[in-house]
Design a protein around this ligand. Structure first.
Ligand code: PLP
Length: 362
């Protein structure tokens, strides 16, 4: 037998891991710098690590109280009702819950191009179709309501990423409001704020009181440093918040992830340090990289290097792993995640050498 027809489906292309690359190159993993997956270079909050150790005692039991506690804590943080907080295994898991709740077979979704591939992947799993709107490099990938609405044709879900991955651009609050008023009442606008903590703009969550066709995604994977635990959430309007119980996988998040998230939420200092370190790294890359860069409000910088895959491969040979953006639809670019000060300096120096060498042979 065979699975259903998956020929239109795509595979997620993750940034390469340290162990994998070290094995390929015959190098010690400790000598490599990985700036390809927008992870927190300072790790998780020490309080979250303690919470995971504490959770080890209870892993034989299905997580229930911790889920209730995290939902309540997030509802309080965002000043929303508990039914408006949809916790999932990463923001990716929350995207699946939105697909399940919204899509009938063949319903289309509208996604940014370039953009995060999982929106379309999730729609296809759920028997939906995928349409795209273009963000233009010539405009610095500006995200306006018009850029989305020009392509919009009644799609059931419209995805916006702010700050955007991989460009780093944000969509202004007024533009999100204009988008919400420009789409039909039964089109859901999803604002993915996976990098929201790094940006100096208000969360779209403030619009949930006035719109019942908005959802906001947030994650603990980036600023909170919990990517390995898989925990994130969607914030949704109260009007249909109760659909969660009908679409979520039972016990959506693990006991360890829930407890770590609760602890991480109480450690403001760790988030502040992570955000200010990313600000420093962005500046350093903008100022010192010998290639054009795009303004970013996230924990990475998109850089125009000519041949992204050649540059990423050469940098990797020197022990610096960055993200070739070919799979995002930007073959001329690489994305460098913000590392610690030492990692970021090394990445920029290495890339400058690589750019000089490739330029000399081109
Ligand atoms: C990293 C990322 C996510 C989700 O991350 P999870 O680890 O699944 O929480 C969602 N959207 C974008 C744009 C991302 O870059």
């Amino acid at each position: 037998m065979q699975p259903r027809d998956l020929s239109a489906h795509t595979e997620y292309v993750p940034g390469r891991g340290i162990e994998e690359v070290a094995r390929d190159l015959g190098l010690d993993p400790a000598d490599l710098v990985k700036l390809s997956s927008n992870e927190n270079p300072h790790g998780a909050s020490p309080a979250a690590i303690d919470a995971v150790r504490g959770a080890a005692e209870d892993i034989s039991v299905y997580p229930k109280a911790a889920h209730t506690d995290l939902t309540a804590r997030l509802a309080e943080k965002w000043d929303l009702g508990t039914e408006q907080v949809w916790v999932g295994p990463g923001a990716d898991g929350a995207i699946d819950y939105l697909s399940r709740a919204m899509l009938d077979p063949e319903d289309p979704v509208l996604v940014p191009e370039p953009g995060f591939s999982y929106y379309g992947m999730s729609a296809r799993y759920h028997h939906g179709d995928v349409h795209a709107y273009e963000l233009s490099k010539a405009d610095g990938f500006a995200m306006t309501a018009d850029a989305v609405l020009d392509a919009y044709d009644g799609e059931r879900i419209v995805f916006v990423t702010s700050p955007h991955n991989p460009t780093g651009a944000t969509m202004a609050h007024e533009e999100i409001e204009a988008l919400l008023s420009g789409v039909d009442d039964d089109s859901l606008v999803v604002v993915d704020e996976a990098y929201g903590e790094f940006a100096d703009v208000d969360s779209a969550a403030g619009l949930l009181d006035s719109s019942d066709n908005l959802a906001v995604l947030r994650t603990f994977s980036k600023a909170y440093g919990l990517a390995g635990l898989r925990i994130g959430y969607a914030l949704v309007p109260s009007a249909w918040g109760d659909a969660y119980a009908k679409v979520s996988t039972p016990f959506a998040a693990s006991e360890a992830a829930l407890r770590a998230a609760l602890a991480a939420l109480d450690d403001d200092e760790h988030v502040e340090k992570s955000v200010s370190s990313a600000e420093w790294a962005r500046e350093h890359i903008h100022e010192h990289l010998d290639a054009p860069t795009f303004a970013s409000e996230a924990n990475f910088v998109l850089c125009e290097v000519g041949d992204g895959s050649a540059v990423a491969e050469a940098a990797q040979g020197e022990g610096v792993i960055i993200r070739d953006c070919t799979s995002f639809g930007l073959p001329g670019c690489v994305r460098i995640s913000c590392g610690t000060e030492a990692e970021t300096r090394r990445a920029v120096e290495t890339l400058n050498e690589v750019l000089a060498e490739l330029g000399a042979t081109a």
